[in-house]
Design a protein around this ligand. Structure first.
Ligand code: SAH
Ligand code: SF4
Ligand code: F3S
Length: 442
């Protein structure tokens, strides 16, 4: 019998990548994908646990699926890893729970459940190498293709669940990454995004030992140079980086490798030294700003984006003002901002002075205002420029398409033909704080 599956993926780009690998593995093993959970034998939720209420939302989503056809309800990814056995108590209809480092085992687990050999399976093991190498084959190649180079995090920021859900830092061997990139480029990919939770602490097994050196691992700058030498790549990016791991060598690579975009995401979270210390970020606001300055000196074209958390426990008006001051000096072209969200079993959840939600809301609004001021300034500077835009999706209006420029800013254009997944030359004609508007030139 051939079984159908439906998959819903939440969370970060790493989860999107995992979700695609799960589809590839299942289809290669004879399952077929459907887009409606009501027609599926197997329903998979691949989850994110970064902010609150993830399990709660999942509970109600599972509750809404009434189809009698369903034989397996699986919860995978970061919520599965964090909840452990508890997931079965909270959502009793779930009969398969698998952590983010086990998905290559899904065909075996599904066979066991569908044949009735087992009633319930949970696997939270840490099979990194086997998982990543379980399939290089993709059914769909996108012009922009994400390749995981590392997974997990050893930083233990006090607010964050990732070290507990994705585990300790693991770097894939250089040769495996190069083979995956070559395969993607030979099959049509043109932009490669090197991804992970903390890519600039990458330390993957070297493909060879350089004469005169006894280092057995490569750093990210060496990996980037090796990947840039592969013919056919038009653009290269990496994310996410931790400020403390940003080296001068990595900054210099931005000058040495022309296809590497002059844009990096370096999250700062807060501009207050006191809060940064409580967050366990391992740098001060000044050290961070000095790194941005050094980066701009080394590579004048470089632009930055960041993540922020407002309302971290005990954050005062003075601390928050330090964040606003940092924003003014850093000058980001793009940013992501969040209200602090209590995550059970993290050190910050136990801190006594939790901040009232109203204060968080109000600070968030002020932060957004400050960030958008810079965003509109940079977006206006693009007006009149000609840029290569990778079109990623359809816009809301008829004939409207949305793409990304090298700074990951959204570019809106009109076209009579479907241009999704293509690089297009675009003249930028106008801008607002969230996007720019352009005209196709080719
Ligand atoms: N490893 C990356 C990304 C981690 S998650 C990094 O350190 O940059 C992405 C973002 O989610 C973080 O940068 C942080 O801004 C936000 N985040 C993580 N935990 C959070 C929490 N408990 N509450 C609110 N935002 C959080
Ligand atoms: Fe979470 Fe901090 Fe690691 Fe980022 S660096 S994943 S915020 S613990
Ligand atoms: Fe979410 Fe896990 Fe990514 S918690 S942000 S899916 S690493």
């Amino acid at each position: 019998m051939i079984y159908s599956f439906y998959i819903k993926v939440y969370g970060c780009q790493m989860n999107d990548y995992d979700g695609k690998r799960i589809e590839d593995i299942l289809i290669l093993n004879g399952f077929f994908k459907v887009n409606d959970p009501l027609t599926a034998d197997i329903v998979i939720f691949y989850t994110c646990n970064i902010r609150e209420k993830a399990v709660h939302k999942l509970e109600s989503t599972v509750g809404m699926i009434k189809s009698p056809k369903i034989k397996v309800i699986a919860v995978g990814g970061c919520v599965a890893q964090a909840e452990k056995d508890n997931i079965f108590k909270r959502i009793p209809r779930v009969n398969l729970s698998f952590g983010p480092s086990t998905y290559h085992k899904l065909p075996e687990y599904l066979d066991d459940l569908l044949s009735g050999k087992k009633k319930r399976i949970i696997d939270l093991s840490n099979y990194k190498l086997e998982k990543f190498n379980s399939t290089n084959k993709r059914r769909e190649i996108t012009t922009s293709s994400y390749v995981a180079i590392q997974e997990g995090c050893d930083n233990f920021c006090t607010y964050c669940v990732v070290p507990y859900t994705r585990g300790r830092e693991y770097s894939r061997p250089v040769i495996d990454i190069i083979n995956e990139v070559k395969w993607l480029v030979n099959n049509g990919a043109k932009e490669i995004v090197l991804g992970g939770q903390n890519v600039n602490s990458y330390h993957g097994e070297a493909p060879y030992i350089t004469i005169g050196s006894n280092r057995k691992t490569w750093r990210i700058e060496e990996l980037i140079k090796a990947i840039a030498a592969i013919d056919g790549i038009k653009r290269l990016r990496y994310l996410t980086s931790h400020p403390k791991d940003f080296t001068v060598e990595l900054m210099q690579v931005h000058n040495a490798v022309p296809i590497l975009v002059p844009f990096v995401h370096i999250p700062v979270q807060s501009g207050s030294d006191r809060i940064l210390k409580l967050m366990n970020r391992n740098h001060t606001a000044r050290e961070y700003l000095d790194k941005l300055k050094l980066f701009r000196d080394i590579c004048p074209a470089i632009q930055f984006s960041s993540d922020f958390i407002v309302g971290f426990p005990s954050e005062t008006e003075e601390d928050f003002n330090d964040t606003l001051k940092l924003v003014e000096e850093a000058k980001y072209t793009l940013s992501f901002y969040f209200k602090y969200s209590i995550r059970p079993n993290t050190p910050a959840a136990r801190m006594l002075e939790q901040i009232d939600d109203k204060i968080k809301e109000e600070r968030l609004a002020r932060l957004i205002k400050a960030l958008l001021k810079d965003q509109i300034y940079y977006n206006n500077k693009l007006v009149g420029k000609i840029q290569e835009i990778l079109i990623t999706k359809k816009g809301k209006k008829e004939n409207q398409y949305i793409g990304k420029n090298i700074y990951m800013q959204s570019v809106i254009i009109n076209s009579d033909e479907n241009i999704i997944d293509k690089f297009k030359t675009v003249l930028i004609e106008s801008a607002n704080e969230n996007c720019v508007f352009g005209k196709l030139l080719d």
